[in-house]
Ligand binder design. Structure first.
Ligand code: HSE
Length: 310
């Protein structure tokens, strides 16, 4: 058995505008890293966390990575093992980029690989969802599933859990901008309407079906015109500085679609090429600077690999 492993797991864009809690995809960067070492003393310790400005708990009973790993160890009957975890955050916390999911998935992938567990990575999904529940009070899978499986993922059902990996056009680029304002997922979920109108539901499921069809048909224009959200975005957009102005700018610069990444505040646009994606991140970041809001920008294709050993 290997004694040490270093794993990367990717950031993810959940919801993909119209698919609240049921759609997500992984990107190449950013992502989080976990270094896991086997120790002599049974139990899990966390010796180091970097990149979190001291915001994440070092207590293994309170950290989503160690708690998820502990659930996995129980399920495979290996609570005898001793582990030390180093977590290196390479993306902002509370960004809407699946920050906690990337860390949790990196930890689970690390222990699965250390133990030589050859079973399908999807087996780790329920443990990753436990981490998500701990992080924001709800165990949704639209960040953890693409972080774990890579690519574009549909959560067809939660009970029972039924996750479907979707194809996507090879030439799809993603521009992401994180405006540096705090939007905790827990709170961004509390403000969502609990009841919806039938007419809005019809619009929404037409768009989800259109988006999934576009992914299968390699039809980027169909993908773009299907990415409309009449249920969640009208409420959550209020938490994001100049959201509608940023949409207008992105669309004028040639975006195929634009929306909130996960629960925000990050926003993302699909484009047909890298140059347009670069231009969009650059202009949106300039706009935010003008509002005296710091930001990070990322440009990526869709990451089909998911977590990887470094
Ligand atoms: N589907 C989730 C939400 C993703 O929108 O609240 C955020 O983690």
């Amino acid at each position: 058995m290997e004694k040490e492993i270093h794993v990367f797991a990717p950031a993810t864009v959940a919801n993909v505008v119209c698919g609240f809690d049921v759609l997500g995809f992984a990107v190449n960067a950013p992502g989080d890293e976990v270094i896991m070492r086997v120790t002599d003393k049974p139990g899990i310790t966390i010796s180091k966390i970097t990149g979190d400005d001291g915001r994440l708990p070092m207590d293994p009973a309170k950290n989503t990575v160690s708690v998820s790993v502990q659930h996995y160890l129980q399920s495979v009957g290996r609570i005898d093992i001793g582990l030390d975890i180093e977590l290196h955050k390479k993306m902002p916390i509370g960004s809407g980029l699946g920050s906690s999911s990337a860390s949790t998935v990196a930890g689970l992938f690390a222990i699965k690989t250390l133990l030589g567990d050859e079973s399908d990575a999807a087996k780790l999904l329920p443990f990753a969802m436990k981490g998500e529940e701990m992080a924001c009070g709800h165990g949704h899978a639209d960040n953890v599933a693409p972080a774990l499986l890579g690519g574009f993922v549909l959560i067809r059902s939660y009970e029972p859990l039924d996750v479907v990996r979707l194809p996507h056009p090879a030439g799809l680029w993603c521009a992401i901008v994180f405006p540096d304002v705090d939007v905790p997922t827990r709170e961004a979920r509390q403000i969502i309407r609990k009841n919806i109108q039938m007419k809005d539901a019809v619009t929404q499921w037409g768009n989800i079906a259109g988006l999934v069809s576009g992914l299968f048909m390699n039809d980027i224009d169909l993908i773009g015109r299907s990415m409309k959200d009449v249920l969640v975005e009208p409420v959550r957009s209020m938490l994001i500085p100049d959201f509608y102005k940023m949409r207008e700018m992105a669309m004028e610069l040639g975006a195929v679609s634009f929306g909130i990444s996960g629960s925000g505040p990050s926003v993302f646009a699909f484009t047909k090429d890298e140059e347009t994606a670069n231009r969009i991140t650059q202009k949106l970041q300039q706009h935010l600077t003008g509002l005296k809001i710091g930001s990070n920008g990322y440009v990526s294709t869709i990451n089909d690999a998911g977590p990887r050993v470094l």
